[in-house]
Design a protein around this ligand. Structure first.
Ligand code: NAD
Length: 493
C-alpha cells in the first residue's frame, strides 16, 4: 500500500504518534494508500513552521511581484503534473477521471490570476482633514491560515484558498479530508519545486476531531478558510468566534433548478441531469431540487428520467463512464439512509432508489428521482450529497420563487427560460450566491462563488477574495512644526 506523509517546515514526516489512516478506493471498495493519523502535537509543529515562515525574510520580505512570479511558476508545474494528480484524485474519491483532468488542467488559471493580482492591491493616501498630516493605508497579510477542505474536489477547493491567500502573503496549514488526503500530499511537492520557502505551505492529515479542531482553536492561526458541511461549519465558526479569527465558510446547498414551460427543454433536461448526476451528486452546487412548471411537468420529468436511466455507471478511469461510485463508506450509508427516509416520509420514487451492483465491487447508488415532493419534506430540505433528485411542481412565477427560496441554504440556483424580464426578476430575488441562467455548474477563476444563509460566509474566486486574506493598516505621519495641543483631548478637530 502506498504511504503519503505530512509536510511540515519543508520535511516529509509521519505523524508524531506513528499512527496511520487507511484511504479507500471507492471503485474497488478496498484500501489503496495510507496517510498520517495526526493529532494536536503535529498541528502545533505545523503552525509553528507556518508562523516562522510568515516572519522569515525568505517569505516576509518578498515583494508582491516576487510572490506573483512564484505562483505563476507553480501554475506551470500543476499544468505539467495535471494527469498524475487527477489519477490520484480518482483513486481516492472515485470521481470521473474525465472531470478531474478538466479540473486539474484549469486549476493553474487561479494561480495565474492571483499571481497577476498580487502586486495590484493598492492602499491609498487619504485626503485627511488635519493640516500637515500625511495619512496612508496599506494592505497586509493576516498571518497563518488554516485551510480545511472536503473530499469531493480536494485540489480545486484547496486552490480557491491557496491562490488568493499566498498572493496576499500568508502562510498555510492545510488539513485535507481524512477521506481524500492523498492528492493534497502529492500536490504540495510542487511548491518546493516552484521555489516557495519551506514552511509557507504545510499539510497535516487526520480526522476532524484530532486535527481540524485543534487547528481551528490554535492561537497561532489568524484565519480559518473552510469547505465542508454546514454542521461542521457552524461548529468551527463558534470556536473561531471565541478566538476572534477571520473566517471564510464554503458550505452545503439544496440548490433549485427552475424550469419554465418556455425553456429549451432538451438543454434544460441536460442541465438538470448534469446538476444532480454529475459527480454522483457529490458537489456542493448539486441542483438537488427540480422545480418544474405544471404545464410541462410530466413531459419534462419523462425527459430527465430518460436521461438518468441511460447514465453509464462504472470505472471512473474509463472515459466513457458518466457516473462513478460514492466516495466513501460513510457517504454511501448517508445517501442510502436519506433515500430510505424519503420513502418512509411518503416521497414517490420515479427512478432508482437502489444500490447498483457492479463488477468493480464499488459503492454505487443508482440515479434516483423522487416526484411530487413536498418542499417542506426532509428530502427537499436536507443536503443528501448524492445522486438523488427531488422534483416539485409549481404553477406561477411567485410560487416558484417561494419554493426556490424555501430552504435554509442558498448556494446556487438555475433558471431555464427564454423570458428575459423573468430572468432579471429572478436573478434579483433568488436568495443564492450564484444564479445560472440556461446553464448550470459553470465556474471560473474571476467569478466569485459562495453562499448565502446556511451555505456560507464570504466568497472564493474573483478579485474581492484576495482582500479576505488581508487587512488594512493606517499610518499617520505628523509633519507639523507647531507645539502639540492639549494631550488629554483626542485629536479630532
Ligand atoms: P465535513 O464538514 O464532514 O468535513 C469537512 C472537513 O472538515 C474535513 O476535512 C473534516 O475532517 C473537517 N472537520 C470535521 N469536523 C471538524 C471539526 N470539529 N473541526 C475542524 N475540522 C473538522 O464535510 P465533507 O463530508 O468532507 O464534505 C461534504 C460537504 O462539503 C457538503 O456539505 C458539501 O456541500 C460541502 N462542500 C461545499 C463546497 C462549497 O464550495 N460551498 C464545496 C465542496 C463541498
Amino acid at each position: 500500500m502506498r504511504s503519503f506523509e505530512n509536510l511540515i517546515a519543508g520535511k516529509r514526516l509521519p505523524s508524531i504518534s506513528g499512527k496511520w489512516l487507511p484511504s479507500l478506493d471507492p471503485y474497488r471498495n478496498e484500501n489503496w494508500c495510507e496517510v498520517p493519523d495526526s493529532d494536536a502535537a503535529d498541528v502545533d509543529a505545523a503552525v509553528a513552521a507556518a508562523s516562522d515562515a510568515f516572519k522569515s525574510a525568505a517569505w516576509g520580505d518578498l515583494t508582491a511581484t516576487a510572490r506573483g512570479t512564484l505562483l505563476r511558476k507553480l501554475a506551470d508545474l500543476i499544468a505539467e503534473n495535471a494527469q498524475q494528480l487527477a489519477e490520484i484524485e480518482v483513486r481516492d474519491n472515485g470521481k470521473l477521471f474525465s472531470e478531474m483532468l478538466v479540473q486539474l488542467r484549469y486549476i493553474p488559471q487561479w494561480f495565474y490570476y492571483y499571481g497577476g493580482l498580487a502586486d495590484k492591491i493598492e492602499g491609498g493616501v487619504l485626503p485627511i482633514d488635519k493640516a500637515e498630516h500625511f495619512v496612508y493605508t496599506t494592505w497586509e497579510p493576516l498571518g497563518v491560515v488554516a485551510a480545511i477542505t472536503a473530499w469531493n474536489s480536494p485540489l480545486l477547493l484547496l486552490t480557491w484558498k491557496l491562490a488568493p491567500g499566498l498572493a496576499a502573503g500568508n502562510t498555510f496549514v492545510i488539513k485535507p479530508s481524512e477521506f481524500s488526503s492523498a492528492s493534497t500530499l502529492a500536490f504540495v511537492d510542487l511548491f518546493e519545486k516552484a521555489g516557495f520557502p519551506p514552511g509557507v505551505v504545510n499539510v497535516v492529515c487526520g480526522t476532524g476531531q484530532a486535527v481540524g479542531a485543534p487547528l481551528v482553536s490554535h492561537p497561532g492561526v489568524a484565519k480559518v478558510a473552510f469547505t465542508g458541511s454546514d454542521a461542521t461549519g457552524r461548529a468551527i465558526s463558534r470556536i473561531a468566534a471565541g478566538e476572534l479569527k477571520h473566517l471564510t465558510m464554503e458550505l452545503g446547498g439544496k440548490s433549485p433548478n427552475i424550469v419554465f414551460d418556455d425553456a429549451d427543454q432538451d438543454a434544460a433536461a441536460a442541465g438538470v441531469a448534469s446538476g444532480i448526476f454529475a459527480a454522483a451528486g457529490q458537489t456542493c452546487m448539486a441542483g438537488s431540487r427540480l422545480l418544474v412548471q405544471r404545464t410541462i411537468y410530466d413531459d419534462f420529468l419523462a425527459r430527465v428520467r430518460a436521461l438518468a436511466s441511460s447514465i453509464k455507471m462504472g470505472d471512473p478511469m474509463d472515459l466513457e463512464t458518466q457516473m462513478g461510485p460514492l466516495a466513501n463508506i460513510a457517504q454511501y450509508k448517508k445517501v442510502l439512509s436519506c433515500i430510505a427516509d424519503a420513502k418512509s416520509e411518503g416521497c414517490v420514487v420515479a427512478l432508482g432508489g437502489t444500490t447498483h451492483e457492479h463488477a468493480g465491487g464499488g459503492l454505487f447508488v443508482n440515479p434516483t428521482i423522487f416526484r411530487d415532493v413536498d418542499n417542506q419534506s426532509q428530502l427537499a430540505q436536507r443536503e443528501v450529497f448524492g445522486p438523488v433528485l427531488a422534483v416539485i411542481p409549481f404553477d406561477t412565477d411567485e410560487e416558484a420563487l417561494q419554493l426556490a427560496n424555501g430552504t435554509n441554504f442558498g448556494l446556487g440556483a438555475g433558471i431555464w427560460t427564454k423570458d428575459m424580464s423573468r430572468v432579471f426578476r429572478f436573478a434579483k430575488r433568488l436568495q443564492s450566491g450564484t444564479v445560472w441562467v440556461n446553464t448550470y455548474r459553470a465556474l471560473a477563476f474571476m467569478a466569485p462563488f459562495g453562499g448565502v444563509k446556511s451555505s456560507g460566509l464570504g466568497r472564493e474566486s474573483g478579485q474581492e477574495t484576495i482582500k479576505a486574506y488581508m487587512q488594512t493598516k493606517t499610518v499617520w505621519i505628523n509633519n507639523s512644526t507647531q507645539p502639540p495641543g492639549n494631550p488629554f483631548i483626542m485629536r479630532l478637530g
